[in-house]
Each structure stands twice: as C-alpha cells, then as structure tokens.
Design a protein around this ligand. Structure first.
Ligand SMILES: NC(=O)c1ccc[n+]([C@@H]2O[C@H](COP(=O)([O-])OP(=O)(O)OC[C@H]3O[C@@H](n4cnc5c(N)ncnc54)[C@H](OP(=O)(O)O)[C@@H]3O)[C@@H](O)[C@H]2O)c1
Length: 297
C-alpha cells in the first residue's frame, strides 16, 4: 500500500509517499481502507520533532490520527462493527491507503468520507475543554481562536447546550463565526476592550496559543475559569493546559448525534491528495484554517 512517512524530523520536505507493508488489526482494533484523513496541527508538530509527551514516536514514522473509511479487518474481541461498514475515528498513520483504528463510530448518514475525516480529534478536544472549563448553560464562554477546527466544534456544541459564546477570529472570519452562533470580534490590538464591551465573560478557552493567557485571566477574573490547548506556558500563570485525549468513543458517538441532528457541521477549507501531504502541512501551519483540511485517498 502507499503511505506518507518520514525518516527524520524536519520541514515538510521530509514527508514522502512510499510503498509500505499493510498494517493489520490486532485485538480490540479494526482496519479500514482509508478514504480520507484529517489534517491536524499536531501532525506537523510531530513531524517537526516538537516535544509531545502525549505522542511519542519512533522513526521512520507514518503521519495522521484522524480518518474515515470502509472497515476491511475486524480484530479479536471487537463487536458491533463489520466488514464494509463506513466508520470515522482515530487511529495510527492515517495518511495511507489502509490504517488501524483505535476508536471509531459509524459515519452519520449523508456525510462524505472527506467531511467525516474532519471531525474526530477536534470534537473530542472541544467536548473535553468545554467540560474541563466548567461553563454552564446561560453563561458566556470566550473563545480565543474560534474559527479553526477545534473552535468550529466548540462554538456549535456550546450553541447546542445554550452556552453563549464570544469568539475571536481574523477579519475574514467574522461572518463565519456569527454563522456558528457566536458574537464575533477580531483579535489584535484593542481586542480585550472590544470583548469587554460585549459583556461579562464567565469562562475562556485559548485555542490559538497566541499569548493571551494573562488577558483571558483578567477577563474571567479567575485562572481556574481559563483553559489552553495551545500555550505550554499557561500553567506558569495558574491556567490549566489540557492535553490528554480521553473518552474518544463517547466523543465520536456524540459527534455523530450532533451531526445527525443538524447541530454540527464543520466545513472543509481544502482537500489534498496523498501526494500533496507536504502542502497540506504548510497550509495548516500558516495558522488560518477555517474549519478543516483533509487528505482524500
Ligand atoms: N492540547 C490538545 O489536546 C489539542 C488538541 C487539538 C489541537 N490542539 C492545538 O490547538 C491549536 C488549534 O487547533 P485547530 O485544529 O483548531 O487549529 P486550526 O484549525 O489550524 O485553527 C487555527 C486557528 O487559529 C486562529 N488564529 C491564528 N492566529 C490567531 C490569533 N493571533 N488570535 C486568535 N486566533 C488566531 C486562526 O483564525 P483566523 O483564520 O480567523 O485568523 C485559525 O482559525 C493548535 O495549536 C493545535 O496544535 C491542541
């Protein structure tokens, strides 16, 4: 099979599409014929060799965590899924023709493989941070960096739960944020005053890692009401860094339910082929993805 892999840490040019041995589903896992793989910032962070204790790897390594595809092997002890089922979820080395999955759910009706591949990690992250920050229906959540993959999921899950959101994004994404139910404002000079002018903030999420932790604490009045997923310096200011994925199967079931009810839709900014994986990383790293980028196999 063909698989994107890298033998040394470095820039996008270390990625190569190579012939590789097919992986097989061990106990508790399934294998899918990958139809599409989600592109996440963590993919290029790992490729660059950034220290990510949550994602230890050995070289040479494949790339990619999220995928959607057709089940073609079912490991020992796995129930409730069969050959030919269409699933989406998280696995290993998903920028490839076949991948082993560790968590999956049936794809909601009407979703393309490309769309489905965009959901798993960002929905898991969104559900996790909304839970951890402890925001309740009727309260207001400030989301810094609201227009990317995680932000798009957070805004729609919050709307579904009756949590009001103030979201910051680039000038080009203001209408996009409003379309997801948020009160929108731009980041950049004067943003704290603009947010203050929009009303009280009960809790805040830093999704962009743009050096705003102090300001988020100031706006909420309590470091315990702020969480970052992108600023490793947050704990120095008394703010939790949320970095450990958990409860993925439940997150996928919840994602499927939200999608089926028409409450969650994350658009695809751009699709790439396996041969364009390096370009997908360059574009993701530029930091202004609206929704998701995916690799279509
Ligand atoms: N710790 C975890 O568990 C975890 C999980 C998932 C992701 N992450 C990390 O969280 C970050 C976001 O992930 P993602 O998948 O949502 O990324 P993404 O889809 O690439 O989105 C990045 C967003 O950041 C926004 N942005 C850029 N500069 C900004 C600034 N100065 N202020 C506010 N927003 C700004 C962009 O908005 P505009 O286009 O509007 O400028 C863009 O929409 C990444 O660093 C990723 O590595 C961590």
């Amino acid at each position: 099979m063909r698989k994107v892999s890298f033998a040394e840490f470095g820039g996008p040019d270390v990625l190569h599409l190579l012939d590789a041995e097919e992986p097989h589903a061990g106990p508790g896992r399934i294998r899918i014929a990958v139809r599409a793989a989600g592109v996440n910032p963590v993919d290029w962070r790992i490729r660059e060799g950034q220290k990510l204790s949550a994602h230890p790897i050995e070289l040479p390594s494949g790339v990619g965590l999220d995928a959607a595809g057709v089940v073609d092997e079912v490991g020992e002890g796995v129930e409730g899924v069969g050959i030919g089922d269409h699933v989406f979820g998280e696995g290993f080395d998903t920028y490839a023709e076949f991948a082993v999955m560790s968590a999956w759910a049936r794809m909601p009706e009407g979703l393309s493989f490309a769309e489905a591949a965009g959901y798993p990690s960002v929905v898991e992250t969104a559900l996790r941070v909304i839970r951890e920050v402890g925001v309740e229906p009727g309260q207001t959540l400030l989301v810094s960096g609201a227009s990317g993959g995680v932000g798009s999921a957070v805004l729609q899950i919050a709307r579904d739960r009756g949590i009001a959101v103030i979201g910051t994004g680039g000038a080009a994404n203001q209408d996009y944020l409003r379309g997801l139910g948020a009160v929108a404002t731009t980041y950049g000079e004067g943003w704290v005053e603009r947010v203050r002018g929009l009303g009280r903030v009960d809790a805040a999420l830093d999704l962009a890692g743009s050096g705003v932790i102090r300001e988020l604490v100031e706006l909420t009045g309590d470091p315990r009401k702020v969480i970052s997923i992108a600023d490793l310096g947050a704990p120095d200011l008394g703010v939790r860094f949320s970095g450990v994925a958990g409860s993925v199967p439940d997150a996928l079931v919840e994602a499927a339910d939200l999608i089926a009810r028409g409450r969650l839709h994350i658009p695809i900014e751009k699709s790439y082929s396996l041969t364009e994986a390096a370009t997908a990383h360059v574009d993701s790293r530029a930091g202004h993805t609206r929704g998701r980028r995916v690799i279509v196999v």
